[in-house]
Structures are given as C-alpha cells and as structure tokens.
Design a protein around this ligand. Sequence first.
Ligand code: NAD
Length: 504
Amino acid sequence: MSDFASNIAKADAYLARFRKDGVLNHIGGAAVPALDGTTFETISPADLKPLARVAHGKAADIAAAAAVAKAAFPAWRAMDGDARKALLHKIADAIEARAEEIALVEAMDTGQSLRFMAKAALRGAENFRYFADLAPTARDGQTLRAKGQVNMTSRSPIGPVGIITPWNTPFMLSTWKIAPALAAGCTVVHKPAEFSPLTARLLVEIAESAGLPAGVWNLVNGLGEDAGRALTEHPDIKAIGFVGESRTGSMIMKQGADTLKRVHFELGGKNPVIVFADADLERAADAATFMIYSLNGERCTSSSRLLVEATIYDRFTAMVADRARRIVVGHPLDPKTVVGPLIHPVHEAKVLDYIAIGQAEGATVAAGGAKLAGLAGCYVQPTLFTGAHNAMRIAQEEIFGPVLTAIPFADEAEALHIANDVQYGLTGYLWTSDVTRAFRFTDALEAGMIWVNSENVRHLPAPFGGVKTSGIGRDGAEWSFEFCMGTKNLAFATTRHHIPKLDS
Ligand code: NAD
C-alpha cells in the first residue's frame, strides 16, 4: 500500500467514530448533544463529502457550559501552581501520544496538507509545556517601595473565559489560547469554528483523559451568530480570547459591551514582505513563497503583499512565479502535497472572486490563477499577481488563500509608505543586507511582529499579536497572563505616618 493509500485508510479509521456518533459538545465532563437536539453537517474540503453531524449549540448550551465553568472555577483556581504544571505536562504527553490521529483528522477537516499538520500535535503539546512551566509563577507580582509604604502586586485568574477560534489551523490555535488560561487558573468555554470542529473535540477528551477535572474545560459547537454570540454576551464569562476576522472582532466588542467583557483579539492581516535589491534574493524568494503558499495561504501571518525594489522587480517576481508553479497541489493526505484544498466551497468562491477582481483591476496573473481541474475538492492554484499597485483590492483586502500581490517600489520611502498604507498591521518581513536600513525601516513599519531576513519562525516567549485592525493585546509568556488574570495591589504602611484628620 502506498503511503497515500495508507494515510487514507488510517484517516478513515480515525474518522469512523465521528461518522457514527457525530461531534458532540462537552459540558461538565460529559459528551452531550445540543440541548435542542439539532446538528449541522461538516464536510471535508478534500472531496466535499460529509465528515460528521455536529452538535448545533445555541444560547442555552452556552448557558449550561458557563454555569459549569463558573462552578468549577474556585477549585481550579485554588489548585497549587505546581499541581497545575504537572497536569498540563500530562496533557502535553497525552497530545503527543495521539499525534497521528490529530494530524490525520486535522488534515481531512481543514484541507491543510499532512506535511504541515504532522507537526500540529507537537506544536500543541509544546504550547501546553511552555505554559505548564509558567503556572507556578503566574501569580507572582512586583514589590514597589515608596516613602512610608511598600506596595506588593499579585495576579489572580479572572474567572471563566471564552475562547473562540477560527478554522485554519484549529488544533494549534486552540492549544495556544487554552493552555495559558488553564495555567493561570481560569476555567474555559471553547467555541471552535463551524468549518473544522473535529480536533477541538479530540483536545478536550485528551485533556480529561490526562486528569483535567470535569467542568474546567467545556466545549460548545455552533455558529458564530448563535453560540459564539451567546458566549460573548454571557455575564459569567469574564473575558473573550478571539482569533478570527477583524470584522468579527468588531462585532464581538459590541456584543461584549453590556457585560464589559475584557477582550483579546488576534485578527486579520495583509502582511508585506519587502525585498530590497541588496538582499539575498534566493533566500528571500524561498521565504516569500513559503510565507504565502504554506498552509494554503490560510494563515494570518502570510506575506500576501510582495513589495520589491523596482530594479529587481521583474527578476525577483520571475523567481517567485517559477517557485509557485512548481508547488504540488493535491489531496491533503498525499505525502507529495504542499498546498491542499481551501477550507470550504464558500471560501473557495471568495478566493476565486479575488483572482477575478485582480484581473479586472488590471494586474497580471504571473502564476496560477485558476481552480485546479479534475479534483473534487476546493483546489486553487498558487497564484501570483504582478503589475499591481497598492490601491487595488487585491493589495488591500485579506484574501486568506494562496494569492500573492507583487508591487514595485522606487526607494525606501516609497516601500515604507506602501507597506503601511493598509488597515492591517499584523506582521512584516524585511529582506536587506543593510543593517542600518533594517533598524530604520522596522522602527517605522506598522506591524506587531517583524522578521528580518527570515520567514516567520515562532519563539514562544516572544509577544504575538498585531496593531491597527490586526488585533488587540499580545499572546506569549506574561502577555497571555495579562489577558486572563487581574492584578491586585496591596499597600502596607511601614511608618506611623501622618493621617489627615477631617474633624479638626
Ligand atoms: P471568523 O471571524 O469568521 O470566525 C472565527 C470564529 O468566530 C468562528 O468560531 C466563528 O464561529 C466565530 N464567530 C463568527 N461570528 C461571531 C460572532 N458574531 N460572535 C462570536 N463569534 C463569532 O474567522 P475565520 O474565517 O474562521 O478565520 C479566518 C480569519 O482568522 C482571518 O481573518 C485570519 O487572518 C484570522 N486569523 C488570525 C490569526 C491571528 O493570530 N491574528 C490566526 C489565525 C486566523
């Protein structure tokens, strides 16, 4: 049996339980259907065939999950930090033990190629280990001395938090948001994306099999406008950690206003990769190609605008076009596949619309530009637009697919102007061998994260997040705890200081 055929057979075996039992919610340690018994269907983007019926949770299911998360909070908060650390490491072990299952299910559910999803479990486990190690010190604070006074700060978990995740790499993103909340001592209600709900179900099961007490982590599937909305409006949910589109973030902020919800947003991007003529062009071309086409271009940090110095524009875009044409597009479980199918026909239609818009706007398709013929799923060719300018919609709007828009610039000032002339500010990638320019340019570039002479390489202790409409708040290390914890200040008098008398 070929590796491809064997992957299909193994995936089928792992998916059988979902086909049989559906994807249930998980509340108070029990797998449960939606309270009103309704379900919705989820399909695989690989072949558009149904994968499972999913519990269609709504406000009542969110209320049940929030009540359980509230009840579980005091005991979870009271657990010693070392005990939480040990438990989160056990969850990481349990994730690693099911790495193959997670990879195959995630690939079939999202369309992300197995080549990338093979590491999904390892990255998820790494997130748990990283925050596990911080659990014992998460509540530590500072000592601030003043005349006649010592101030001591400490942090405590804010309460039950709601986590809302998108469909692109759901397993990794869910661990990235949920692990710090648990490490801090918060309980969780998770609402995964309706297009790819399967691995969220695996994750909560894995956590409880590793010993996580019932009720600490609850899962409600459903649509954004009902389950998602109800979560953001629920008074017992103290904060919402959200990853998704910028306009959804804006809706969540409005929905959470009545309950003064604390929010943490990781939103969309239209990230520039800026290539100067003095860069190592081979490496820059590899990195630019990787950052737009890996993960099917369904990646918030993708370098979707390629800004190239005019003197090398034709040569460099030809290098990228050549690389794009050689990328293997195919079934996510085929070991040869680099780019898999887009998540859903609705999203595929959006990406294909943008390809048509780019052509109508006068840009040139230098590579790709069409749906792949002969395959049943949502397969779109890696596409490069040249001859584009920054006012075009394909340069301004997040396409969230394998579509790159290449724009020439005359000099550094113009490069900076184009790079900053978008609503987003998530990441930037700069390629130059001039270190002084790199400092000057990155200082002025409007982005939360910038990589110089590199593709996106994550370092967990470093802050992750965006500026402008790309987000509010940061993840990573202390930044994650700032979101799900509150700081308390204790002030002790150290002298018998004068206390004002009002009754002279
Ligand atoms: P989306 O905003 O449509 O949905 C994300 C989640 O929000 C889903 O679970 C959805 O059900 C829920 N939702 C929708 N409407 C809601 C509402 N009114 N109230 C509460 N919840 C609601 O995003 P998507 O299409 O699933 O994901 C793609 C987007 O995510 C892109 O914009 C991408 O850039 C972004 N993203 C950002 C990051 C980051 O770290 N910045 C990472 C991954 C993806």
